[in-house]
Structures are given as C-alpha cells and as structure tokens.
Design a protein around this ligand. Structure first.
Ligand code: EPU
Length: 417
C-alpha cells in the first residue's frame, strides 16, 4: 500500500510547472476515436486516469503510441465491442466512450463509470441527451446498451450545466444529421478544449465556452491535433500551497483567467500575489482575512478546489464559510483536518472554519482525489509528520506531485509498505 509521508513546515521556494489538464485529457482521449485517421494529443498528463483510458482504447483496437507527453492514436483498426465493467469503473471519464462510440457506430455497450465517491453523480442528463438525438437506452443493472438507427440533431436543454453531459452530447452529435443545440451547457475551459479538437478533426461546433453550443453534423472526421490546456485545478492546488508556505513561489504554465475565481479570493484574503501572462508568484502571510466561498460552475469557484482551499482557510483570522453546491458528499476531508487541529463545523452543504488554528501531523486517509490534495497541503503546513494513506486517489490526478513539491523544498516521500 502506497503512502505519502510529509515532514511539514518547510518553506516553498522555486518553481512548479503545471501539467496538462486531467479533465480535458480524459475527454480528448475518448473523443479521438471519432476520427477515422490518426490524431495527436500533446501535453498529456502522466496520471493513472490516462493509463486507464489508454487501456480501453487499446482493448477496442486503437494503436496508441506515447512519446513523453504526446499521445498518437491511430483509429484505423478500431472495433466496437462491449467495454467490460472492470475497465469502465476505473474512472469517471469512461462515460465519454458512451458519446464517442454512439456517435461513431450508433451503438455502445458499457457499464456505469467509476470515479471519486463524492455524491450520487447520476448520468441521467447524458442519457436524456442521447435519447433526444434519437437513441434508445436500455439499462440493465449497471450496464447500458445505447443504440440508434440514425442520430438526428435536436435542441437539448440541460437541467444542470453538467460538464460530462455537455461533452458527451457534443461527442454523440458531431456526426448526427442536422443541427444540435445544447442549451444551458457547461462553460468550463475543458469543454472549449474538446470542441477545438473536434473542429480540428472536421467537426462544426460553435459556442463552446458559452451556455449555448451549436453542433452541425458532419459525415466524417479525419486526422487531428490538439494540445491539452494547463490544469487549472492542479495550478490552483499549488497556488494554495504557495499561500500556505511560499516564499516567492512561482507557478508556471498557467492561464491566469482560468483560475481567476481563486486568485481574486486570495487577494481578498491579503495573500501577496503577482500575476503575469502565464505564471504567477505567491508568498505566504500570517495576516490572512476570513472569506466566504460558494462553489459554482465555471467561471465560479470550482468545486474541485473547495477541499484544497479548506486547508488555507484553517489559517485565516476569523470564521470563513465554504458552501458546496455541486456535490452532496465533498467534506470527507473535514474530520481529518479536525484531527490535525482544525476547528471546522459541517452544517449540511456548508462548512464553517474557525481560524486561525495550527495544524499538527497525524495519520490520515485520502478518501478521494481532492480530499487527498487537501491533506497533502495540510501535511505541508503542519508541524511534525503526516502520513496519508490510500494515495492512489491522489496519483490518479496529480502528475509527479511528489517530485514537484520536493523540488521547491517540501520534505515529502512516497513509500510503499
Ligand atoms: N448531474 C446530474 N445529472 C447528470 C450529470 C450531472 O444531476 O446527468 C449533476 C451532478 O450530480 C453534479 C452536477 O450535475 O451535482 C455537476 O456534475 P458534472 O456532470 O458537471 O460533473 P462531472 O462531469 O461528473 C466533471 C469533473 C469533476 C468536476 C465536475 C464539475 C471529469 C472527469 N470530472 O465531473 O472533476 O468536479 O466536472 O466541474 O471531468 C475532479 O477532478 O476531482 C472531479 C471530480
């Protein structure tokens, strides 16, 4: 069992380079199978979620070549077959094979996806979208058979601006007959990344990044190229590390607009921050003011940074409030932070963080990916030694987290015992 051990309290100095975005890459890789040719995706993060998708692509007959952070995928010998439960449940993003295979072959057999256990995470909107395009969905326990004689464009309103449903419907609609309009679409930058890639292969998508996406069906998608955008959640996590322990810590390869909801909050808290074109410099202060934060879809404060942010709020003067509006069960990090010395009260979908409190190293468990990131940050800040168990969750989403933090002065190791 892998564990992360951290001796906390070390100043962070130097530079951290941000990798390609997990939540873009995990959509781009399945999207690639809509091509009948060869596609290249650059700046792929080296994380286990990508390995799991690679495995599914190869199982379907694609030829995948990985050279450093480049992935070249040849789809010429692809075959449509059932994706087994053991492969689908390794990660959330296996659901993108639904839209991609349905769009390409008009039929898909797959199981309910896996991913972090942070709420119910239904896929009803994805299925509703496929049905609106003319598909028939058969649900048999955990298994889905989705097929259509013909996919036809339609107007689809999403009850919630779901990232997954927006991308999945785009994937299913690129080769449908006529025009599809997704209303109340999610606006996350990852969606723009996927639409740009599909357009590069020959799709006709406009409006990605706004709440109305228009997709004009085409007959064929050919060769394509794209680059994964920088990971705004990884960036945000290290920016928070800088606010906790930084001495002019540089966070490189970022798109500052993508993390503005975070940097504006940090400014409100008095955190010393200099923002440049594609990097920022951040330092800690002991004069942090309390803030109130509510998670929202982009450009609001991302739910994926809510747990890492909690660690920072522990050190603020006064009571901060954090409201989680996206997932019902994303406070599993809180009991561990409290064991480490925080004073956080859970009140339904809100937490109240009474600060400032000093954290002390303890043995804790990463219950999910971002809870794990929160505990890594807590371990970096705490006095003494923190041991984090179940770190596989963290390695699913953060490329080289140990090396990146070690390089800037953290005392952190991955142990296998
Ligand atoms: N929802 C429904 N029905 C659906 C789909 C979603 O009710 O059919 C609800 C969800 O229950 C949730 C809300 O809509 O309350 C938003 O969910 P969304 O579909 O946007 O989330 P997702 O696509 O499953 C992606 C990321 C998450 C990230 C969210 C929100 C991937 C693989 N996952 O999930 O990333 O939190 O968007 O931005 O892209 C993470 O990286 O730690 C992570 C959980």
């Amino acid at each position: 069992m892998k564990k992360i051990k951290i001796n906390g309290g070390k100043e962070l100095k130097g530079s951290i380079k941000i990798s390609g975005a997990k939540n873009s890459a995990v959509a781009l890789v399945p999207a690639s199978l809509l091509s009948d040719g060869v596609v290249t995706i650059d700046n792929i993060p080296n994380i286990s979620d990508i390995d799991a998708l690679n495995e599914i692509l190869e199982y379907l007959g694609a030829k995948v070549t990985r050279e450093k952070d480049k992935m070249i995928i040849d789809q010429k010998n692809l075959e449509n077959k059932e994706i087994p439960e053991s492969k689908a449940k390794k990660l959330r993003a296996s659901y993108y094979f639904m839209g991609a295979l349905l769009g390409k072959y008009k039929r898909v057999e797959i199981y309910f996806p896996g991913g972090c256990s942070i709420g119910a995470r239904p896929i009803n909107l994805h299925l509703k979208g496929f049905e609106a395009l003319g598909a028939n969905v058969i649900e048999n326990g955990n298994k889905y058979i989705i097929e259509a004689e013909e996919l036809k464009g339609n107007n689809i309103y999403l009850d919630v601006p779901s990232v997954g449903a927006t991308v999945n419907i785009m994937l299913a609609a690129v080769k449908a007959k006529g025009l599809t309009i997704i209303e109340n679409a999610a606006k996350e930058p990852e969606i723009v990344n996927v639409a740009t890639f599909l357009n590069n292969m020959g799709a006709k998508i406009t409006g990605a990044g706004t709440s109305e996406i228009r997709i004009k069906g085409v007959n064929k998608l050919g060769n394509g190229f794209t680059e994964v955008i920088p990971d705004r959640i990884e960036a945000g996590t290290y920016v928070i590390a800088g606010a906790l322990l930084g001495n002019n810590l540089k966070i490189e390869n970022i798109i500052p607009d993508h993390i503005e909801s975070l940097t504006l909050k940090l400014k409100e808290m008095n955190v010393p921050l200099e923002i440049h074109d594609d990097y920022l410099i951040i330092s800690k202060t002991d004069k942090m003011k309390k803030v109130n934060i509510k998670t929202q879809g982009y450009p609001g404060f991302p739910t994926d940074l809510q747990q890492p942010m909690t660690t920072l709020l522990v050190g603020c003067n006064g009571t901060s409030t954090l409201e989680e509006t996206i997932y019902e069960n994303r406070f599993q990090n809180v009991p561990f932070l409290n064991e480490m010395g925080a004073d956080i009260i859970i009140d339904k979908r809100k937490i109240h963080i009474n600060g400032p409190k000093q954290l002390v190293g303890k043995e804790v468990i990463a219950t999910d990916l971002r809870a794990g990131a929160c505990l890594v940050l807590a371990g970096l800040k705490a006095s003494g030694t923190t041991v984090i168990k179940d770190v596989e969750h963290i390695l699913r989403g953060y490329e080289n987290i140990i090396e990146k933090l070690k390089n800037v002065g953290a005392d952190i190791v991955l142990v296998d015992e």
